[in-house]
Design a protein around this ligand. Structure first.
Ligand code: SF4
Length: 111
């Protein structure tokens, strides 16, 4: 049976950017993020990315168990206008199993 997902209104709490995990970045993401931060793609890769655990691509650097390195103290995404596809597609196209535990707006919205 197909999962039913109801719409919800984001409260901009930043909780989903604190869920443990990695944010994969594609070449297009790197280009957009580097342009947003006014740096070269090479410099962005060196400063803000690491190899994914399987060494098959790149992910944002930082503690995978901590908040995203681009999340500000007031819960805003510092690169929102150029955020990676993984972030843009969340939560409309994919959701982690833990999301209902951390997202007050989404609680009870899935059945
Ligand atoms: S890049 Fe922005 S939207 Fe994506 S996890 Fe980091 S703070 Fe959140």
């Amino acid at each position: 049976m197909e999962e039913v997902r109801k719409p919800f209104e984001c409260r901009r709490c930043g909780a989903c950017c604190r869920v443990p995990g990695i944010v994969r970045v594609t070449d297009a993401d790197v280009d957009a993020l580097a342009a947003w931060l006014k740096m070269t793609p090479e410099a962005f890769v060196a400063e803000y990315t690491v190899l994914t655990p399987g060494r098959t691509g790149l992910a944002l650097a930082g503690d995978p168990d901590g908040p995203c390195l681009f999340l500000t103290d007031d819960n805003l995404c510092r690169v929102h206008g150029a955020r990676p596809a993984q972030c843009r597609d969340y939560p409309a196209r994919w959701r982690s199993d833990a999301i209902e535990d951390v997202c007050e707006a989404m609680k009870g919205q899935m059945r």
